[in-house]
Design a protein around this ligand. Structure first.
Ligand SMILES: CC(C)(COP(=O)(O)OP(=O)(O)OC[C@H]1O[C@@H](n2cnc3c(N)ncnc32)[C@H](O)[C@@H]1OP(=O)(O)O)[C@@H](O)C(=O)NCCC(=O)NCCS
Length: 143
């Protein structure tokens, strides 16, 4: 029987950092703090195949990362992770969700557009969230 995908909230740092290593193939990546953002993991049977995070700052929330293991791309997992994070933010009373895509990341841009994000100018006080990231397009979704 083919395993189905399950999207679950997670606070398992090991699982998340293992996915991070697998996706970005580097030993020099930051080890994510688990306490300043919310995390979701997609499971395919017993295997973790995708992850995403949301960070809440005041009345806004930020999609801070998302990644899907290559063999599992194109199955709508990023869109499911967007849906899960939007639902969580809405429950928390968040007014706006922001994120960015690095220019040329068409799959990510498509997923955000499908889920109602529109290009925007981010609030200046939040530039610091993206320090060092250049050539990006910013996106916003009102809840
Ligand atoms: C970007 C990423 C998260 C997408 O994950 P995914 O689960 O495959 O995404 P989805 O299946 O939900 O949707 C992908 C969309 O892009 C489309 N797509 C896939 N490859 C594409 C390409 N090369 N060019 C244009 N569109 C493409 C898909 O058809 C789909 O669009 P559709 O819904 O209109 O059919 C995944 O490719 C990934 O992990 N990439 C590396 C890390 C990354 O870029 N993370 C995001 C920024 S932090």
């Amino acid at each position: 029987m083919t395993a189905t995908y399950r999207v679950r909230k997670s606070n398992n740092a090991q699982v998340i950092n293992d996915l991070q290593k697998q996706l970005y193939d580097s030993d020099e990546l930051p080890v994510f703090a688990m306490d300043d953002r919310e995390w979701w993991v997609v499971w395919h049977g017993e295997v973790s195949v995708a992850y995403a995070a949301l960070r809440i700052t005041g009345s806004c929330a930020w999609f801070s990362i998302c990644g899907v293991v290559e063999a599992h791309r194109g199955h709508g997992l990023q869109k499911r992770l967007i849906t899960a994070r939007l639902a969580f933010a809405k429950k928390k009373g968040i007014a706006s969700v922001y994120t960015y895509t690095i220019n040329g990341n068409h799959p990510s841009a498509r997923s955000l557009i499908h889920k109602g994000f529109v290009p925007c100018t981010p609030p200046a006080e939040h530039y610091g969230c993206w320090a060092g990231v250049r050539d990006v397009l910013y996106w916003k979704r009102e809840l």
